[in-house]
Design a protein around this ligand. Structure first.
Ligand code: ATP
Length: 245
């Protein structure tokens, strides 16, 4: 039986920038062994929530991994693997060196570097310079970094951006394998079709407010697609953001 204590719990996050409330009492859970998609149109508040979860920004409310704040972890990569847009690092640095530097900072064995490169299909690029990687290869490298410490929690911001159809198919299989291993997975997306293909649970956010949450099947109940759910739950017109599809 799967342990259910390794959950990501977001509770009552409120965040204001100037006059604007960008997060309004955001609460939800991502459960162990499940893929939870955090879905919403551009500007809905997804990245802001994930940044708070990863200790990169502050707010009221709490955001925890198995009951602990990200900032309390001494070697965070061994607990949480996260991938955001961009891979960082100097463009002239080689892929393997990049991973070794990150591994060293978290007390992770260099042996793990070759392992994660193999998992994400980048072994042949280990000597390539970061600046020469394609967008999709950069995404894979971001996933390699996330996996370095073999973490329980995986948090990914728009992980399929820049991937071609083969890459997207690969990603779906990859992330399912990770959840089957009992990992807790939270990924953000503004693409409904992507979420429908990969998620067990879904949390929909719009204008900084969670408007639906639950098992994908339940949220979709009696509706043909998440597009219908989204339009049925948001104000007509306002939510019709072409970029959402
Ligand atoms: N530092 C900041 N100062 C002012 N406003 C901000 C700041 N950071 C975010 N915002 C605003 O907060 C809202 C939510 O932004 P956020 O990046 O969280 O959205 P998102 O759902 O991740 O969107 P996308 O899909 O486009 O990445 C947006 O209206 C954005 O302009």
């Amino acid at each position: 039986m799967k342990n259910t204590t390794n959950n990501i719990v977001i509770s009552q996050l409120c965040k204001r920038h100037g006059e604007k409330d960008i997060l309004k009492d955001v609460s939800f859970e991502a459960k162990q062994g499940r893929i939870t998609a955090f879905l919403g149109p551009n500007g809905a508040g997804k990245s802001s929530t994930l940044r708070i979860l990863l200790g990169l920004d502050r707010s009221t409310g709490t955001a925890t991994f198995g009951g602990s704040n990200y900032v309390t972890f001494n070697t965070p990569l061994k607990v949480v693997g996260a991938a955001f847009d961009g891979i960082g690092g100097t463009p002239s640095r080689r892929v393997k060196t990049h991973l070794k530097i990150i591994a060293q900072s978290n007390n992770i064995s260099f042996r793990r570097v070759s392992e994660v490169l193999k998992i994400v299909g980048l072994s042949e690029k280990s000597k390539a310079r970061l600046g020469t990687l394609s967008l999709g290869e950069g995404q894979r490298l971001g996933l390699a970094v996330a996996l370095l410490g073999d973490p329980q929690y995986i948090v990914l911001d728009e992980p399929t951006n820049g991937l071609d159809p083969t890459g997207i198919r690969w990603f779906r299989k990859f992330i399912r394998q990770q959840s089957d291993m009992g990992k807790t997975i939270l990924l953000s997306s503004h693409l409904l079709s992507e979420v429908e293909a990969v998620a067990d649970n879904v949390v929909i956010i719009n204008h900084g407010k969670v408007i639906a949450t639950g098992e994908l099947q339940d949220v979709m109940k009696n509706l043909e697609s998440l597009e219908d759910v989204f339009f049925s739950l948001t104000e007509e017109g306002e939510a019709k953001d072409e970029d959402f599809f």
